[in-house]
Design a protein around this ligand. Structure first.
Ligand SMILES: Cc1ncc(COP(=O)(O)O)c(C=O)c1O
Length: 356
């Protein structure tokens, strides 16, 4: 499946940059894109014609299968500029592997990792001015694959487009988040696509998340689809619970995304001698821990916000508030991770990848 192309990436440089029109101090996440994008088509069983060209619209048949059956997967990763102007990616090998794992689940042919890396690094170098230095600033990178074959027969497409877009981002400050624990809707089920970054997983969350928003909660923490007894993950974040000084998080399964931030937090916790249990976490045990005062923190972990502290959760119409901790694990992991990402500390795990 991993049919490669020997073709070099073609480069069509943009005649002018749009960078001067961008207000980097007032970016809305994911709304502005850098000067170039990458595209590569799958046709006749081969990925072909890899091209970097000016960011702009696509022409697709309205019968393209992505529009009808949602055969699409994506990734999210970031580039950072350090205080000396060098640009780094954070664990990009993980995203390269994960997009292919997602693709396999959606019957999409895998994309060659060597072309992925060459495209990624070439584009980041070309649009290096779009990566701003300084706390909180990054270039969010969105690789994705869509089914492009024209035809409304419900079968896997024979043609695809792999693309990469890049969007400058500022600190993703979410404020303290209040979450609702899911008691009716589900994000994923055994044997489903929950572990894939499949586009439809996100569309399916919009409606229940809107209902939660109307009640004053920014996010939903999804629970198992069987009985809504076990805590799983949030919309775009894995979730950690600190009970006394121990961290609990749901194990990876075919319902949960194997988050890069999640696995990085677990590695940091182990290095820092903080106990972590990857096991099924009952809603009832977190409610109980909140009542008896042993629940110290809940936080989300994901590329966009890195670590998001959660300051309240609701379950069965009752809201449980968390007190601020002087020795917050959320704050500690956020600093440790961002220091590694921005080349401000040692990188004992070899997570940083130097682009230029
Ligand atoms: C459903 C879901 N869970 C967790 C995450 C966090 O994963 P990562 O840390 O790799 O960004 C994401 C975001 O990618 C996500 O979409």
């Amino acid at each position: 499946m991993n049919s490669s192309t020997t073709e070099k990436i073609k480069i069509q440089k943009s005649d002018e940059t749009r960078i001067d029109q961008v207000d980097f101090d007032n970016l809305v996440f994911g709304n502005v894109f850098s000067d170039h994008m990458f595209e590569c088509d799958y046709k006749d069983g081969v990925w072909q014609n890899p091209t970097i060209r000016p960011y702009g619209p696509l022409t697709l048949s309205p019968a393209a299968k992505v529009f009808h059956y949602g055969q699409a997967v994506f990734e999210g990763m970031k580039a950072f500029k350090d205080d000396n102007g060098k640009i780094w990616l954070f664990r990009p090998d993980q995203n390269a592997k994960r997009i292919n794992k997602s693709a396999a689940r959606l019957a999409i042919p895998e994309f060659p990792e060597d072309i992925f890396f060459e495209a990624l690094t070439t584009m980041v170098k070309m649009d290096s001015e779009w990566v701003r230095p300084g706390d909180g600033n990054s270039l969010y990178i969105r690789p994705f694959v869509i089914a492009t074959q024209a035809g409304v027969g419900a079968s896997p497409s024979t043609e695809y487009k792999f693309m990469i877009l890049m969007s400058p981002a500022q600190a993703y400050y979410t404020g303290d988040i209040k979450v609702e624990i899911a008691e009716h809707y589900s994000r994923s089920a055994n044997g489903g696509v929950g572990a894939a970054k499949a586009a439809g997983n996100y569309a399916a969350q919009f409606f229940p998340t809107n209902l939660a928003r109307e009640k004053g909660f920014q996010q939903v923490i999804w629970t198992d689809a069987n009985a809504h007894e076990y805590l799983e993950e949030a919309g775009t974040m894995n979730v950690f619970f600190r009970v006394n000084d121990k961290l609990l998080t749901a194990p990876i399964s075919d319902r949960i995304l194997d988050g890069v931030t999640r696995k990085s937090v677990i590695a940091l916790a182990k290095k820092d001698n903080i106990a972590v249990e990857e096991r099924r976490v009952l809603v009832s045990e977190i409610v109980e821990a909140s009542k008896n005062g042993t629940l110290k923190e809940i936080f989300g972990a994901g590329t966009a916000a890195v670590i998001s502290p959660i300051d309240a959760f609701s379950f069965q119409k009752r809201t449980y508030n968390l007190e601020k901790q002087a020795d917050s694990y959320a704050a500690k992991f956020k600093k440790e991770l961002t220091d590694i990402q921005r080349n401000r500390s040692e990188d004992p795990f070899g997570w940083r990848f130097e682009v230029v």
